[in-house]
Design a protein around this ligand. Sequence first.
Ligand code: SAH
Length: 464
Amino acid sequence: MEYLPIFLNIRDQRCLVVGGGEIASRKAAMLMRAGARVHVVAPHIDIPLLEKLQHADGSFRQGNYSAADLDGMALVIAATDDEAVNRAVYDDARVRQLPVNVVDAPALCSFVFPSIVDRSPLVIAVSSAGKSPVLARLLRARLETTIPATYGRLADICGEFRPLAKQTFPDTNARRAFWERELQGQFAELVYSGRENEARAHLQNAFAASGPQQAGEVYLVGAGPGDPDLLTFRALRLMQQADVVVHDRLVSTPILDLCRRDAEFIYVGKARAAHALPQDDINALLVTLAKQGKRVCRLKGGDPFIFGRGGEEIEELAAAGIPFQVVPGITSANGCSAYAGIPLTHRDYAQSVRFVTGHLKDGSPELPWSELIHEHQTLVLYMGLVGLERICDQLVAHGMSADMPVALVSQGTTPQQKVVTGTLADIASKVADSGIRAPTLTIVGRVVELREKLNWFAGADAPA
Ligand code: SAH
């Protein structure tokens, strides 16, 4: 960082502007907006500037600049077209350790003026450290268009309620949670639509209703198959406001990195047959945390309602009367098929697609085999790596052609994604030889051939 961004309080302070022309006038106006008492020194002054000074408790001395003009000043700006004067102002100010800015001369500035978006009391300052003021201005223009004009009002009204907020929520976490909820909820909407009194009444009620022992909430969030880019906006927002993140093995590290930094992280595992925490305990944990008033993000791989046991978790929450919301995620069938170049349906090859679990209670797959045998249906098997050979055998035994194409996608959508393709007859041995790692998803059907047709090969899994 080349400059330290700070916001300076110059209210009622005396500030010197050397120069009386148009640029001096703009700078003086900026200082006055921040409440400064501006003193201008110049041989000549533009009339509008003189009028502004008179209105804002400012002053003017006609004459040439001298070092004595710096006496009692908090800050100085030189805006003359005389280089020698500008230089002298800079040198004198530095000796006195006064903040100084010489317009358009970065080398003669101890501070620079940023481009600003003013939604007072909310102010955004953008600086390129003098490298590209145009870029800073363009960025400012973009911010101007995306930040509602009423943001300032929002900040003002929050300011009015600060003492009450402190009193209602002595705990900073609880206070932050309250504001985060309100600033993204009805309170903000009321202010945006100009209904400020209703907004105030709403806040009053919200404070009255929320004791410090407020009940928590659970967000059941689908984190997608691995690539953080596949998160939804809603997932990201909730991940960033949760106090606790309860996650399992399928949630990738880059995704966890996007959660609120200071959240508490609880790993509840679920490696095959080595559950870090039994499902009942997970359900109970969510209830306990929420009852402590925490906002809990239950982060699950893929989609919570597809082989995610999300249904069981919310059943328990509903029974305990805990508010929750469910955020869908991209299920691994969708993620893997897209990233492996295998459309799950296709007019010519498959008119339906079926998601099946290959992991069964006793460890052996017991599936309605005959229902699965269909020339024009794609099968997607979740959790099928261990039982793969048996699954393939059973499909053939029940009438599926042994040359039916199969693709196995490992760690889909992550940089470690690998794809092995084959047929029902040979996929199991190919996979055994490949040293592939869980999680894997198996896609069975003619659509797998499209991968080759689409010439969809990437890096490691390109054919030899
Ligand atoms: N709710 C999850 C599925 C959980 S069951 C979802 O919607 O995707 C766990 C199984 O999902 C794994 O055994 C594996 O079959 C599959 N899976 C999850 N993530 C995967 C990934 N990145 N690549 C391949 N398979 C994945």
